[in-house]
Write a protein that binds this ligand. Structure first.
Ligand code: FNR
Length: 384
């Protein structure tokens, strides 16, 4: 088959290669999936300004995110269970990101462990932390991330309680994945995926199993996870984590200007305007629609990044024009991974890079660091 030219085409290939319950896990949002859909749809409402007869030679997409050089301001979002889209998924995605010169963020809920990823990469990656009730375990995760050379901690704030996804419930998908009869059919019809999965030793939640108290194997993980997300999480905990970590901190899941002000006061390097890809609060505004008000509130004090619904280089450019210093893609790289492993993540990044480059040029800019609201016809997208 010809190499996919769009993220939508990669998604179609992934749908054919990944067992349904894991494809659906990536391709789902909470409840009605209204926010998941709005994240994508609201980008389309923002229109770019075409410019002509501007010198478009010698273009550059290079920028920085939290002071780190990036070949383009597009990082990979932390995503749980990435290793179920493809065997060794986290390692392959991290390697593809490293090759592309963009940040990779490893989720707490990853299949491959922090140490697995560190052993197979040469540059520092970022580690995403969920704050569990067991603070000793949280401390140990922070220490492991530091020992592995992670250069930033991405602290996720919008999962004090788990959002519900109907597809996962219907598919019988649990953490950890438990095989029920219909899964056998789903896996049997995806033999390549299954053979690759059988060939890897990494089938556990490597950050947790064997490390958290009472979680010696996969069977005890499910109940542990269910009761460990901390509904009492507070700004004091953020201060505590910042102190424990002592390095660069990114706060993920900010959707409100008042919360953004509080986040800026913590002294973190950056915030990510994010609604968890529409997987938590269904009915929340799209992240791109709240980006302008958050940039207005704190953009002069803290780096503002954004994720949710980015499916093209055009979307990246629009987010940058609205004041984001950096962007992230979640599902686009998961689709690439499910479709073709490491090569697929590279394809996803190449698609976005190529689209970003051409779009920037056709808007009359040569340097991605120079883009701003003047490139947009509608400065404010759908307002929440
Ligand atoms: C996520 N997301 C997420 N976020 C996080 O902080 N920790 C995690 O473990 C996960 N897990 C996860 C799994 C899957 C399958 C998806 C799709 C997403 C949210 C993620 O980091 C990011 O916010 C969104 O994916 C961004 O939206 P798009 O790019 O997927 O539309």
């Amino acid at each position: 088959m010809a190499t996919p030219l769009t993220i939508a085409e990669l998604k179609d290939v992934a749908r054919r290669r990944v067992p349904k319950m894991f494809f659906d896990y990536a391709d789902s949002g909470a409840w009605t999936e209204g926010t998941y859909k709005a994240n994508e749809a609201d980008f389309a409402a923002i229109k770019l300004r075409q410019r002509v007869l501007v010198d478009m030679t010698n273009r550059s997409l290079e920028s920085t995110m939290i002071g780190e050089k990036v070949s383009m301001p597009v990082a990979l979002s932390p995503t749980g269970l990435t290793g179920m889209q493809h065997a060794d998924g986290e390692i392959l995605a991290a390697q593809a990101a490293e090759k592309a010169g963009v940040p990779f963020t490893l989720s707490t809920m990853s299949v491959c462990s922090i140490e697995d990823v560190a052993a197979h990469t040469t540059k520092p990656f970022w580690f995403q932390l969920y704050v569990m009730k067991d603070r000793e375990f949280v401390k140990s995760l922070i220490n492991r991330a530091r020992a592995a050379g992670c250069s930033a901690l991405v602290l996720t704030l919008d999962l004090q309680i788990l959002g519900q996804r109907h597809k996962d419930i219907r598919n019988g998908l649990s953490t950890p994945p438990k095989f029920i009869p219909k899964h056998i059919w789903q896996v049997a019809t995806r033999p390549k995926w299954a053979f690759e999965m059988l060939g890897t030793k990494r089938r556990s939640f490597g950050n947790i199993v064997g490390h958290a108290k009472g979680v010696g194997d996969l069977s005890s993980l499910s109940s542990w996870t269910a009761e460990q997300f901390d509904p009492r999480l507070s700004w004091d905990d953020v201060a505590w984590i910042k102190e424990q970590w002592g390095g660069k901190l990114i706060l993920k899941g900010i959707m409100d200007a008042d919360d953004a002000v509080k986040a800026a006061e913590t002294g973190a390097e950056a915030i990510i305007v994010s609604n968890h890809g529409g997987r938590q609060l269904d009915g929340a505004a799209s992240s791109i629609s709240v980006l302008p008000e958050i940039v207005k509130a704190v953009g002069d004090r803290i780096e503002v990044h954004v994720d949710g619904g980015i499916r093209s280089g055009q979307d990246v450019l629009k987010a940058l024009c609205l004041g984001a210093q950096g962007t992230y893609i979640g599902r686009p790289f998961l689709y690439g991974l499910g479709a073709y492993g490491k090569r697929g993540v590279t394809i996803a990044l190449d698609i976005i890079r190529n689209e970003l480059d051409i779009t920037m040029a056709l808007c009359g800019k040569r340097d991605i660091r120079d883009v701003g609201p003047e490139l947009l016809h509608h400065r404010l997208p759908v307002v929440a």
